[in-house]
Write a protein that binds this ligand. Structure first.
Ligand code: HEC
Length: 174
């Protein structure tokens, strides 16, 4: 007898849950007046507006919060697909693939980005590793000079550096 009641309660609960769906949809359907959505659609931002950076930028200044904010957006847009959303790099990044290409290294403290001075990181990002190393070196690290201006490259590097500990920042060669 008890089981019967329990089953009834479960069925009743399930039924009232499932009946929520159509009711809500109906409500949503009714809340679509013909004029209102058009205005909303034109207001909706299609492009993310990038943070302003004041003053001339000459370097990857990780203490410049405007620069770091800009760099974070650009990093996620241009670099994260290979270097990872958390700067973690690709799996087995120290091993070349069957074609001799290295995977993307991490930009956090476990990688060797911090072994390079800012100027080198800037050059690598701007012209790509093939041009940077020369001598026919093959690399999947393309240059970003057609996509990012100098301020934007410094911004990305400032963001990367903002993720390093004070110890690593100090250890980076100047
Ligand atoms: C298509 C994948 C890809 C994208 C996108 C990419 N990288 Fe790379 N990156 C690589 C690879 C692969 C390497 C290693 C290249 C090598 O040594 O042959 C690398 C290496 C580097 C290095 C040298 C690191 C070191 O320790 O020597 C820097 C700096 C760098 N990338 C910065 C960037 C920045 C900044 C962006 C975004 C603006 C970016 N990368 C976007 C693939 C990529």
């Amino acid at each position: 007898m008890k089981n019967g009641i329990l089953l009834f309660l479960i069925l009743a609960a399930a039924f009232s849950l499932s009946s929520c769906g159509p009711a809500e949809n109906e409500g949503g359907g009714q809340a679509l007046p013909s004029e209102a959505p058009t205005e909303e659609a034109t207001v909706a931002p299609t492009e993310v507006s990038l943070p302003e950076v004041e003053g001339p930028v000459e370097g990857a200044d990780a203490s410049n919060t405007q620069l770091v904010a800009l760099g974070e957006i650009l990093y996620q847009q241009y670099c994260a697909s290979c270097h990872g959303a958390e700067l973690e790099g690709q799996a087995n990044w120290k091993a070349r693939d069957e074609n001799g290409y290295l995977p993307a290294p991490p930009h956090d403290e476990t990688g060797h980005t911090w072994h390079h001075p800012d100027e080198q990181l800037f050059e690598i990002t701007k012209i790509g590793t093939e041009a940077f190393v020369g001598m026919g070196y093959k690399s999947n690290m393309i240059g970003f000079e057609d996509q990012l201006d100098d301020t934007e490259i410094w911004a990305v590097l400032a963001y990367i550096k903002s993720q390093w500990s004070p110890r690593i920042l100090k250890a980076q060669p100047k």
